[in-house]
Design a protein around this ligand. Structure first.
Ligand code: SF4
Length: 372
């Protein structure tokens, strides 16, 4: 844990007017400088709860730049929550492919159905009720309540935590400091324009109060910022030292049929990448099988060749390093020897782009096919 010496909390913040003035300055800046994002209502217009919810789910652990094309594709294809609820899970997973964290896509679909079936197609106003929907956590519930319904609620994500930690010069390390940061963030939220305030905090964190070099000279709330006054802004928030990501190893088998189809397997519904398609592989474990056993898990009998190099992919809690075997197999190849045959299917290469394939699987296939 890195310590920040000499910080002093709540410098001047005990006076309630200070929070009111800080929020006023922030809103005035937001009115001038707000980011023009496709899911945002134009000034003075009401936000569409469906679009707010969709964008907030997509933005979890993903950048605005990465989300924009996915958001556009979703609202073009499914312009209402009813339309999304009527889609199949496979369609939603395929449209989501590449955004990562696929449980979000499954929850997105389940949530759309719950809103249609249990709330007559309207997103609830209450944070508590919103929290009962699939995939809606405290941040998303507060964001929908504030931005879509104007309820006094305070969504707190990593950007907001950083801004608040600096405004109050909070010396406690994350993640333990989260409840305190949430409490302090709530003290800043005004009774009116809570949605604009929330979006202003998000914009401030994304554009000015950035992680490494905050632009305090142009910050609309610099006059209220304790960390800035103490010259320690870039050192906050304090974080506990990160643990190293454990490494898992696997052998992946990319079989290409002579007619151009690739063999894929459906993952179990629960767990990591649940319900998505994958390249057949061994267990993702701490060690690889012994050399003589390396083709034992291959899905078909074939002349398997090891592709040179390793495919590495970073998941949130571990890193996967995979060796890739590849083989070209005849058109009438049988899967009868494959224990997973019911979960396997051949997919034409031309359809891979539209399939519900996670990024790591696309990497494995690209690696195998590169030299074929
Ligand atoms: Fe962040 Fe600097 Fe503004 Fe404080 S003054 S909120 S540290 S950008």
């Amino acid at each position: 844990m890195r310590a920040v010496a000499g910080t002093q909390r709540d410098l001047g913040w005990r006076h309630p007017d200070r929070a009111v003035e800080a929020s006023r300055a922030l809103l005035a800046w937001y009115d001038r400088e707000r980011r023009d994002l496709p899911w945002r209502a134009k000034p003075g217009r009401s936000a569409d709860p469906y679009r707010v919810w969709l964008s907030e789910v997509m933005l979890q652990q993903t950048t605005v730049k990465a989300v924009i094309p996915y958001y556009a594709a979703f609202v073009w294809r499914w312009p209402t929550v009813e339309a999304l609820a009527a889609a199949s899970l496979d369609e939603v997973l395929a449209a989501w492919a590449g955004l990562g964290y696929y449980s979000r896509a499954r929850n997105l679909h389940a949530c759309a159905r719950a809103v249609v079936e249990s709330h007559a197609g309207s997103f609830p106003r209450s944070e508590q009720v919103l929290l009962s929907l699939p995939g809606v956590g405290p941040y998303t519930a507060a964001a929908i309540a504030a931005i879509a319904h104007g309820v006094r609620a305070t969504p707190v994500d990593g950007n907001v935590e950083r801004v608040v930690a600096r405004l109050f010069a909070l010396p406690l390390p994350l993640p333990g400091a989260k409840p305190e940061l949430k409490r302090l963030a709530e003290t800043l939220t005004p009774a009116k324009r809570a949605g604009d305030h929330a979006q202003a905090m998000m914009d401030l964190g994304a554009t000015i109060c950035t992680p490494k070099r905050p632009s305090c000279r142009v910050c609309p709330v610099a006059a209220f910022c304790t960390a800035h006054a103490q010259g320690i802004a870039a050192r906050l928030p304090v974080r506990e030292a990160k643990r190293e990501r454990p490494l898992r190893l696997a052998l992946a088998y990319v079989a290409l049929r002579e007619d151009g189809c690739v063999l894929l397997r459906r993952r179990p519904e629960n767990g990591l990448l649940g319900g998505m398609l994958e390249v057949p592989s061994t267990e993702w474990a701490q060690a690889l099988p012994q050399s003589e056993d390396r083709l034992r898990s291959a899905p078909v009998r074939a002349d398997w060749q090891l592709a040179p190099g390793i495919v590495s992919h970073a998941f949130t809690h571990f890193q996967l390093d995979a060796l890739v075997y590849r083989a070209v197999v005849p058109g009438r190849v049988s899967l009868t020897a494959c224990a997973d045959a019911p979960r396997c299917r051949w997919l034409p290469r031309g359809e891979l782009d539209r399939a519900a394939l996670p990024s790591v699987m696309r990497k494995l296939i690209a690696h195998a096919l590169r030299a074929l």
